[in-house]
Unconditional design. Structure first.
Length: 239
């Protein structure tokens, strides 16, 4: 049986006094990556009960390698030799833009800000090199997640699964959630509140657990209809 894992990232934005405040969390659960390619992460098991639902409170950072994306196998025409798992051959990539065999890419997610000043946020950073067939193209951060928050009239609630692609933003001092590929490289430094449309979807001062279902980079198609032209995805490689 294929095992799956989920990486959970949570922003703890309690209105409690600063000394009792826990800013962010990372916990590892079963994620939608086959177990042979699971990126194992760990968190200190400290539980903090806040306003309706409970989240752990010791998360500081999370990182993942980015891999070339391939379409889902929906009509298998073969099977793997080792485990006899249904498969599709050959694999098909959704875009020509991809990492070369010598290329590499990484996504970093880091806690930032001060609860005392209500500036808590999550830094997002991407570095990629060895990109081919996408010189001059815009690549933007993509996130899909399931969030449990204390921001509903009843108290805590779980949102429907949400997928968003950051939109290019320009202006003085703006931390753009997109890059333009130059000499095969891409560098992005931004924050959750800048990258996620709707000012991050979560207000500060609420306890919001954000379960990451998927992440990566998309080509910026410039229109909502083509919002998810995937290029790179979060994952790991087993050789």
């Amino acid at each position: 049986m294929t095992r799956y894992a989920t990486t959970k990232v949570a922003v703890d934005r309690s209105k409690a006094p600063v000394r009792a405040y826990r800013s962010l969390l990372l916990a590892v659960r079963w994620m939608r990556i086959p177990s042979a390619a699971v990126l194992m992460l760990a968190a200190t098991e400290v539980s903090v009960a806040l306003a309706g639902h409970t989240e752990s409170g010791n998360w500081k950072k999370f990182s993942s390698d980015l891999l070339n994306d391939y379409f889902e196998c929906s009509s298998p025409n073969t099977a793997t030799q080792f485990a006899n798992q249904p498969a599709c051959a050959p694999p098909v990539a959704p875009q020509l833009c991809a990492l070369s065999p010598d290329g590499s890419a990484k996504l970093m997610v880091v806690a930032t800000g001060s609860p005392g000043k209500s500036t808590q946020d999550i830094k997002l950073a991407v570095t990629a090199k060895g990109l081919t067939n996408c010189e001059g193209e815009a690549l933007c951060i993509r996130l899909s997640f399931r969030a449990t928050t204390d921001d509903c009239p009843e108290g805590s609630c779980t949102m429907i699964d949400t997928a968003v692609k950051a939109q290019a933003v320009n202006g003085p001092g703006v931390e753009n959630p997109c890059c333009v590929v130059t000499n095969g490289t891409c560098k992005i430094k931004t924050t959750w509140y800048m990258a996620v449309p709707g000012f991050g979807l979560f207000p500060r001062g609420k306890n919001s657990g954000i379960e990451i279902l998927g992440c990566g980079l998309d080509q910026d198609a410039g229109s909502p209809a083509d919002a998810f032209r995937r290029v790179l995805v979060c994952g790991a490689v087993l050789r």
